[in-house]
Write a protein that binds this ligand. Structure first.
Ligand code: ATP
Ligand code: MG
Length: 393
């Protein structure tokens, strides 16, 4: 069967120019895999027999990037996206389970494909959209299976990140892991401890955003727990959530807000995200059945946060925040933030109030407006501010 896929025009431009100059060139890796699976394509990678110098010379009319040149990769800017063009390469053994000690270039496509991680990532597509499959990746794609190329023990020892990549692809694609590949990754899981946390996080991020962890969570629980403090009861509900926050919150179900904060900082997630997740965790079981309680929650975690917790509670069957009442309260767009208060810090300064007291008083006024003990009117709030001051002495 001569099945052909459409080739992205940017890729076609590069492939056809390389071929016209006598080189071999193919799309390779994720884009071919995803196209065959009918999934959205992210980045485009091209593998070629041309050297980096030859690629640079051929594309001198384009913006190029030489950041990856030592490893044979030239970035070419085409129609507002970057395409990576890499010379056929063989990676040597690795002495640190992180990267090859050296790379050598080759003229053989098959040799290049053999250095890649999994058979499903070693499919190539020519400029006419025909798929070539020297390492039998199509069979694994059809069987929904992640299989290491060559000897799995060696492949994980060369680069421990592949252990996590196997799980990540399993999760993203809903594939299971080939038996021998799975045994090997269990055997070598301790190598994960040697990887820099940034590389781990990049894979973890994709894993957490996946649709379903069914195929990999329980069989490879020990492996995943090495990189994230996952909870054994944590998968329930996971596939119902679309956003990153609730998926992560589900995986870290058993942890306290402080422990979640700590875990995310350990993984070098941005401080803001760690704080946001900890805050969400602190109210995940919150109850709110009065409009005042709902307004307090809105003040604490915002509209987006309240919507997330409503979804979380719905999926987990928690009777906590009243969804109908929340909708009503939100529709009224109540004052729950300092910037909507009828007076501000300048008004208090005009009364001669200074320093930290300004913040304290504004917070108390907002509190009173939320509690509906004061209306949000400037003259009333200023009067109340004076009263607070007098009471402080
Ligand atoms: P994604 O859709 O996330 O981009 P991908 O398979 O394209 O997935 P990339 O990291 O973009 O992953 O890598 C492109 C290709 O390079 C892979 O498909 C694979 O052939 C090869 N590759 C990437 N990382 C490794 C690795 N650690 N070991 C071996 N081959 C790798
Ligand atoms: Mg890719």
């Amino acid at each position: 069967m001569d099945l052909r896929y459409p080739v992205a025009p940017q890729a076609h431009l590069i492939l056809s120019r390389l071929i016209a100059h006598g080189f071999e060139a193919y799309l390779v890796g994720g884009s071919v895999r995803d196209q065959v699976l009918g999934r959205p394509i992210t980045d485009l990678d091209i593998t070629t027999s041309a050297s980096t110098a030859e690629v640079l010379a051929l594309f001198h009319d384009h913006k190029t990037s030489r950041i990856g040149e030592r490893l044979g990769t030239i970035g070419i800017h085409v129609q507002s996206s970057w395409i990576e063009v890499t010379t056929y390469r063989i990676d040597s053994a690795s002495s640190n389970a992180r990267h090859p000690d050296s790379v050598t270039f080759t003229t053989s496509l098959v040799e290049d494909l053999k250095r890649r991680d999994f058979t499903i990532n070693a499919l190539v597509m020519d400029q006419s959209g025909r798929v070539l499959d020297p390492l039998d990746g199509m069979a694994d794609l059809q069987a929904k299976r992640i299989t290491a190329i060559g000897n799995p023990d060696d492949r994980f020892k060369e680069d421990a990140l592949r252990i996590l990549r196997a799980l990540r692809f399993g999760a993203q694609l809903g594939f299971s892991i080939d038996h021998a590949t799975g045994e090997a990754l269990l055997r070598h899981q301790a190598l994960l401890d040697t990887l820099p946390v940034e590389r781990i996080r990049a894979e973890l991020d994709k894993l957490i955003r996946s649709d379903s962890l069914e195929t990999i969570f329980y069989p490879y629980f020990s492996v995943l727990s090495r990189v994230l403090a996952i909870s054994p009861q944590g998968l329930a509900g996971f596939e119902h959530f679309e956003g990153f926050e609730l998926k992560l919150l589900t995986l870290l179900e058993h942890l306290s807000p402080q422990a979640i904060h700590h875990e995310l900082l350990r993984l070098k997630y941005p401080k803001r995200l760690a704080a946001q997740l900890a805050k969400l965790a602190s109210v995940r079981n919150a109850t709110a059945s009065t409009s005042i309680a709902i307004k307090h929650l809105l003040r604490e975690i915002g509209v987006d946060g309240v919507n997330l917790i409503l979804t979380y509670q719905d999926v987990h069957g928690i009777t906590g925040i009243d969804p109908e009442l929340t909708a009503q309260v939100m529709a009224q767009d109540p004052v729950v933030t300092l910037n909507r208060l009828a007076i501000n810090g300048h008004d208090l300064m005009a009364l001669g109030i200074q320093g930290k007291t300004i913040q304290t008083i504004l917070d108390r006024l907002l509190e009173a407006v939320i509690e509906e003990t004061l209306p949000n009117e400037a003259n009333v709030l200023l009067k109340a501010a004076r009263a607070f001051l007098d009471e402080k002495g």
